[in-house]
Design a protein around this ligand. Structure first.
Ligand SMILES: *Cc1c(COP(=O)(O)O)cnc(C)c1O
Length: 354
């Protein structure tokens, strides 16, 4: 028997979540963000499930080419554009769209003197302050791109779309500087797609919601009608009854308040389960609510079996996924669902189910 941990990707949940995104933004074209190996779900697996999307956004040229090689004919966008000029010929050859966020990229395109017009997503910094042209640099950048025949989409990215009134300043600025340009625009990540229809425009760019996690701290995935795409599960591989006062795990951080039964589960931080998840972090044992106790170690963690009278070795354990939102584990561990999904280790076998 192999080690029982596995990740299961529910392909119909992915399609369901795409449907939710479509329902919120019925007039926009939809660029499914599948960077970071499809937020840890397997890029090609996700792309196949979401083939009804109008486009896919990835980070690297190699990922974009892998999508083309797999037969995807949709728009494929490089979210940070090319990282060096020598990527430009391949980008053109594969008909990829590229973010243009810096002057050096424009100069590299001029140098490359490409024959076919390029699809450029001109990124404007409206307040995130990571990538993009400053508002006053937009006219020159746009002129440069249009002179070389580029088809331009204007884009920006929100820093606080998960907050109330979180996009007002950035949207007002973007509207002001793009007024009258009559070019397609793209602004919304998942949070903006769900909360701010005024920012839907021509292309929405949902990521996390497609995987069934919530982009918002004040709304759960189920309140949003989303279904978890990934379930991380394992099994109880050992059990013991311990008397009151017994300490469990590294550092002995958990001390049994009374006699109790505990179980060891084949899942640890080397699988991607967060080591910072404290005692009390929820877990499902055979579908029943329980909690982890003591420190998470590299390959194992410990669960409380006191409320599960028929507990036995081999009993299934859900770490997150169906009936246990990844966001709950993330909150307990002081992080966000995004990080946990992306961090599932390569050693965890992953399979798609319908
Ligand atoms: C990652 C990313 C998105 C998707 O964000 P979510 O919060 O996962 O929906 C959209 N746009 C850009 C530019 C991104 O980098």
């Amino acid at each position: 028997m192999p080690r029982p941990i596995r990740a299961t990707v529910n392909l119909s949940a992915l399609r369901h979540n795409l449907g939710i995104a479509r329902r919120h933004a019925p007039r926009a074209r939809l660029m499914a963000v599948i960077k970071a190996n499809g937020y840890g779900h397997g890029m090609l697996r996700v792309a196949k499930a979401l083939e009804a999307a109008d486009g896919f956004a990835v980070l690297n040229l190699a990922e974009a080419i892998a999508l083309r090689d797999a037969g995807f004919g949709q728009d494929i966008l490089l979210l940070e554009g090319f990282f060096s000029a020598n990527e430009i010929p391949l980008l053109v050859q594969h008909g990829l769209s590229t973010v243009i966020h810096a002057q050096w990229q424009i100069e590299a395109l001029l140098q490359a003197s490409i024959a076919t017009p390029i699809q450029a997503w001109l990124k404007i910094n409206t307040g995130m302050n990571r990538l993009g042209f400053q508002p006053d640099e937009l006219p020159a950048a746009l002129q440069n791109l249009q002179q070389m025949g580029a088809k331009v989409t204007l884009m920006t990215h929100f820093a606080r779309a998960d907050e109330k009134n979180g996009i007002t300043d950035q949207l007002t600025l973007f509207n002001a500087i793009t007024h009258g340009l009559h070019l397609p625009r793209s602004l919304s990540n998942s949070a903006a797609l769900l909360s701010y229809p005024e920012a839907h425009d021509d292309w929405v760019r949902p990521g996390i919601m497609l995987y069934g996690a919530s982009p918002m701290s004040h709304q759960t995935s189920s309140e949003l009608g989303l279904k978890p795409a990934m379930t991380l599960s394992s099994e109880v591989i050992a059990m013991r009854d311990i008397p009151a006062g017994t300490r469990v795990g590294y550092g002995g951080t958990f001390c049994a308040p009374s006699a109790m039964r505990i179980g060891t589960v084949a899942c640890g931080y080397a699988d991607g389960y967060p080591r910072h998840a404290p005692s009390g972090t929820p877990v499902l044992v055979d579908g029943q609510q329980s909690r982890i106790i003591g420190r998470v170690s590299m390959d194992m963690l410990t669960v409380d079996l006191s409320g599960i009278p028929d507990a036995r070795i081999g009993m299934p354990v859900t770490l997150w996924g169906d009936d246990l939102p990844v966001d709950e584990i993330a909150t307990a561990a002081g992080t966000i669902g995004y990080e946990l999904l992306c961090a599932v280790a390569a050693r965890v076998p992953m399979t798609g189910i319908e």
